[in-house]
Design a protein around this ligand. Structure first.
Ligand code: AR6
Length: 176
């Protein structure tokens, strides 16, 4: 797919009828607030059971920061949930941009591996984790542009902003 197929939308990611939506989870993967809570509510209790079944890589960690894990989407209109864990913003000098980039890159890699054609991201780390919206928008768009080329077998990548401020930040980063 080409860069043109990065599409910014404003709304609720749990309503997206795409092949896979991305969850901004935490390392435990046992639910939380924000988009994570919304996804668990909409998917139903089977999602928590599926998350629990993901093996821990060390005590309390099912998905390290910058990595991704897969579950089905159960009652959501999408087919898969990709659970990724963004970095907590600590001023930018603790590898936050690289870790956030890793989230986007690893989700695209998983999408290609699984034959996912349409993928929707929320603004990873831009809520509770405190990442500045403009900087997160730049990292996400730059990473997607690097990860996607004309041969990538994806039809569309949606960036789903919950609020107007993130919507604007993504439009600016895309140069629209
Ligand atoms: N659809 C799309 N975006 C949403 C939705 C929704 N339904 N709800 C919130 N957002 P956050 P983080 C936006 O805090 O910063 C959780 O407790 C929200 O406006 O959900 O990565 C996890 O369990 C913001 O722009 O994720 C972790 O503990 C963006 O989603 C922790 O929060 C991300 O905000 C992860 O923090």
């Amino acid at each position: 797919m080409s860069n043109r197929a990065i599409i910014v939308e404003q709304g609720d990611i749990t309503r997206m009828a795409v092949d896979a939506i991305v969850n901004a989870a935490n390392q435990q993967m046992l639910g939380g607030g924000g988009v994570d809570g919304a996804i668990h509510r909409a998917a139903g209790p089977e999602l928590l059971a599926a998350c629990r079944a993901v093996p821990e890589v060390r005590p309390g960690v099912r998905c390290p920061v910058g990595s991704v894990r897969w579950t089905p989407a159960f009652r959501l209109p999408s087919r898969h949930v990709f659970h990724t864990v963004g970095p907590v913003w600590r001023g930018g000098g603790y590898g936050e941009p690289e870790l956030l980039a890793s989230c986007y890159r690893r989700c695209v890699e998983l999408a290609v591996y699984m034959g996912v054609r349409t993928l929707a991201f929320p603004a990873i780390s831009c809520g509770v984790y405190g990442y500045p919206l403009d900087q997160a928008a730049e990292v996400s768009v730059a990473t997607l542009r690097n990860s996607l080329n004309d041969e990538t077998p994806l039809d569309a990548v949606y960036l789903v902003a919950f609020g107007q401020d993130m919507y604007q930040a993504w439009l600016t980063a895309l140069g629209d």
